[in-house]
Structure formats: C-alpha cells, structure tokens
Design a protein around this ligand. Structure first.
Ligand SMILES: [Zn+2]
Length: 123
C-alpha cells in the first residue's frame, strides 16, 4: 500500500472518490488528503436524486477530519455540480459532510461525543 491507499483505507474513502495526493507536514502537524473523483461518473441531484452528468466543479474546499495520530487531518476536494432539468445547476452532495460545514460528519459526531461526555462529568 502506498500513502494514498493507506489514507483511503483509514478514512474510508469510497469510489468514485479516491485520494490523488497526500501531503504531510511535520512542522504543521497536519495531513492533507486531496480527493478527486473518477471521470464520467453521474451524480444524483441533491433535491430529486436524478442521476446527471457533471456540469463543472465548485472551487476546492477543505474539511477538517478526525486526527491521524498526532496530526490534524484535512480533506480537500472540488465538489461537482450537475445541471438538473428541474433544479438547474446545483452542487452534488459531498457524502462526508453537510452542505456548508467545514467539518466531516464523523468529526462533528466525535466533537459532539466529547462535549456530551464533558457535560456528564460536570453534572
Ligand atoms: Zn433535481
């Protein structure tokens, strides 16, 4: 396994997405994973779920993910937009995150667990 495959395994990256590049900064204590998707994939409209071809992509975004050891982990990706006959040009859903969040869903779930356990101790 190379570093991209290790990241895909550890972070459960699923097709059509794949890790195209990994950058590790020892000084910054961070791992940056760059995701791309396979070409020719059809994506569901987030409103009606019709499968549609890619129209274009939004600018690259970055999501904070769960740490990898002592390193903070970040996912970079450009999410595709589709042109739906009913809903116009619209951004497909990133499966790892809510639409406008800067965190992955698993990061948010972990943060909530930590907050809840802290509350319990204070109570
Ligand atoms: Zn639609």
């Amino acid at each position: 396994m190379d570093d991209r495959e290790i990241c895909e395994h550890l972070y459960k990256v699923k097709r059509p997405w794949f890790v195209s590049r990994v950058s590790v900064s020892d000084e910054g204590k961070r791992v940056d994973m760059y995701l791309e998707h396979e070409k020719g994939v059809r994506w569901p409209c987030p409103l009606c779920e019709n499968l549609l071809s890619v129209s274009d992509h939004v600018r690259e975004r970055v999501w904070r993910d769960l740490d990898s050891g002592l390193y903070r982990a970040y996912i970079h990706a450009s999410i595709p937009r589709v042109r739906c006959p009913e809903h116009g040009r619209i951004q497909a859903k990133a499966e790892w995150s809510e639409k406008s969040s800067r965190f992955t869903e698993r990061f948010e779930a972990h943060a909530i667990d930590v907050l809840l356990s802290t509350d319990t101790k204070n109570a």
